[in-house]
Design a binder for this molecule. Structure first.
Ligand code: SAM
Length: 228
C-alpha cells in the first residue's frame, strides 16, 4: 500500500521520533499510522477512534494493508485508547478544535506520565492548547505552520518540562513568533482583515465590544510590524 496523506498530516508526521510507540487519537482512516509504518519511522501504533464510522474505516484500511500486526485500531474515547502496559511514548492529536484537544488531554492527564512527546494540530483555538500545556508542565519544543487548500494549520510539539508563556506567546506561538514565516504573516494579515471587517459592522455605541476587537487587531499589527 502506498499511503498518500495531506500536506498537513505529513507535517505532523515529521515530528514523530524514529521508533516511537505512537497513539494517534481521532485516527479516522488510520492514515497517519499507516504512513509512518510504511515509511519505517515507527513499528507499532495504536489508532484510537471514538466514533463507529471512522473506527470502521480505520479497521478496514489497516486490515487491507500489510501492517495488521503493527497497528491496533481501538474504539476508545481520547487517551483511554492506551494504558501503561502499552508503553506508548508519543501521542498525535490532529484535525480537531483546540478546545477539544485540551479537553482530551485534561480527561486523560493521568496517562501522560510516560509520554515523551505530544504532537498536536488544532484547527483553531491554538491558545487553549498552549494554555493547557503550560499548566500541565509540557513545554513547546517546536511549532510549525502551513497553508493547505486556503486554510492555515499550526502544529504544536511539546515535551515534559516547565515553561512560562506570555499572553502574546499563547496566542501566536513562542516559536512561530520568533520565526515569523511568510505563512505566519499571511495567516495573521488575513485574521486582522477579518476582524477589521467585523469591527466595521459594530455600531459606535457598542463601545466595549469595539474596544475588545480593536485591541485584538492592534496586537496583530504589533506582531506583524515587528516581523517586517
Ligand atoms: N486525525 C485525522 C486527521 O487529522 O486527518 C482525523 C481528523 S477528524 C476531523 C477528527 C476525528 O477525531 C474524527 O474521526 C472524530 O471521530 C475523532 N474524535 C473526536 N473526538 C474524539 C475523542 N474524544 N476520542 C477519539 N477520537 C475522537
Amino acid at each position: 500500500m502506498n499511503q498518500k496523506i495531506s500536506k498537513r498530516l505529513e507535517m505532523v508526521a515529521q515530528f514523530v521520533p524514529q521508533d516511537a510507540r505512537l497513539v494517534d487519537v481521532g485516527s479516522d482512516h488510520a492514515y497517519l499510522p499507516l504512513f509512518l509504518v510504511e515509511k519505517g519511522v515507527i513499528s507499532y501504533a495504536i489508532a484510537g477512534e471514538v466514533v463507529q464510522g471512522p473506527y470502521q474505516s480505520a479497521l478496514q484500511n489497516v486490515a487491507d494493508s500489510r501492517y495488521k500486526d503493527r497497528i491496533e485500531v481501538r474504539l476508545a474515547n481520547g487517551l483511554a485508547a492506551f494504558s501503561e502496559v502499552d508503553q506508548m511514548t508519543t501521542i498525535t492529536i490532529a484535525g480537531m478544535g483546540g478546545r477539544l484537544i485540551a479537553d482530551i488531554l485534561e480527561a486523560g492527564k493521568d496517562r501522560l506520565g510516560q509520554i515523551e512527546r505530544l504532537i498536536l494540530q488544532p484547527n483553531n483555538r491554538e491558545d487553549d492548547v498552549r494554555t493547557w500545556l503550560e499548566a500541565h508542565d509540557f513545554q513547546l519544543i517546536a511549532e510549525s505552520i502551513l497553508e493547505e487548500h486556503g486554510k492555515f494549520y499550526e502544529i504544536l510539539v511539546a515535551e515534559q518540562g516547565k515553561q512560562s508563556l506570555t499572553v502574546q506567546e499563547k496566542r501566536f506561538g513562542p516559536h512561530l513568533l520568533k520565526e515569523t514565516s511568510p505563512v505566519f504573516q499571511k495567516k495573521w494579515q488575513k485574521e486582522a482583515e477579518k476582524l477589521q471587517f467585523a469591527l466595521a459592522q459594530i455600531p459606535e455605541e457598542r463601545e466595549l465590544e469595539r474596544a475588545r476587537l480593536q485591541e485584538k487587531i492592534q496586537h496583530i499589527k504589533e506582531v506583524l510590524d515587528v516581523s517586517k
